[in-house]
Design a protein around this ligand. Structure first.
Ligand code: ZN
Length: 263
């Protein structure tokens, strides 16, 4: 068991090779943990001369909640400079991806956590932003940055799809008037599996998506299911002309009920 107070603090913060400079337990409701890197003085990448500290500037990162309270990591990042007068390298800022990736507003561990919460457990961006006490865009930008690396963009990842479905889904409400933004979902109807999501509910993006899959993949699609939207029908007629178009029962019954009510 560790009993040294400094080391106990480092263990609780749980970051490798950092000094804990201080902890502020209530800055507008956040626990703020001030850190600096314990890394060795680096050599200049150009001439190899040991760098000198130019200054340190604090960078605030959204971190994982600490014992149930939202937290911020204040990383006093070192700016190094090369002391060699003839060297063209001026100064540079230290990086440590174990603490936070360059240009991200969130710590690395928080970035991984939010990506898993949204990608694996289907929690909403808004819900996570509320939990971390940060802006919606901070979470969304992080998920795009971390999640893109996890998506295998190989068209062959879908395998053979015999029955392809297109359906519009309300994706998000944006702006002060909560304007509705729709998405189109591509579904392998036979396997009951979501294949992909593209922006909008016109035929433009689904057509481009089908184009990207290649003709060989499209030729194996035997059935195309849709909600009787004319734009989706045009997508199928153009891109998978030999597939039998099927209106899914839910939308057929819904339309029939509407007509019955009108009668
Ligand atoms: Zn140098």
């Amino acid at each position: 068991m560790e009993t040294d107070p400094t080391r106990m603090c480092e263990l609780l913060v749980g970051l490798p090779d950092v000094h804990i400079l201080g902890v502020d337990d209530d800055v507008n409701g956040f626990v703020c943990i001030y850190i600096e890197s314990r890394a060795q003085r680096p050599g200049c990448a150009h001439c190899g001369v040991f760098a000198q500290v130019k200054d340190r500037s604090p960078v605030e990162l959204v971190d994982l909640p600490c014992f149930g309270r939202p937290a911020r990591l204040i990383w006093h990042k070192c700016r190094w400079r090369c002391p060699e007068p003839s060297c063209p390298v001026g100064s540079w800022t230290e990086e440590d991806p174990r603490i936070g990736a360059p240009r991200m507003a969130m710590s690395d561990r928080a970035g991984r956590w939010v990506t898993e919460q949204i990608g694996r457990y289907a929690r909403s961006v808004n819900e996570i932003a509320l939990e971390l006490g940060c802006d919606w865009h901070t979470v969304n930008d992080t998920v795009i940055a971390y999640g893109t690396a996890l998506v295998d963009d190989d068209p062959k990842r879908f395998g053979v799809v015999r029955a392809l479905g297109l359906d519009e889904v309300l994706f998000v409400r944006v702006g002060p008037f909560r304007r509705q933004e729709y998405s189109t979902q591509m579904v392998d109807v036979g396997a009951g599996q979501l294949l992909d999501v593209v922006p909008g509910r016109s035929g433009v993006e689904p057509t481009a998506w089908l184009e990207r899959q290649g003709k060989e993949w499209r030729d194996k699609v035997r059935y195309a299911t849709l909600d009787m939207s004319s734009s989706y029908r045009l997508v199928f007629t153009t891109m998978v002309p030999d597939a039998v178009q099927v209106a899914d029962p839910f939308h057929v019954v819904k339309l029939a009920n509407t007509k019955l009510v009108l009668l």
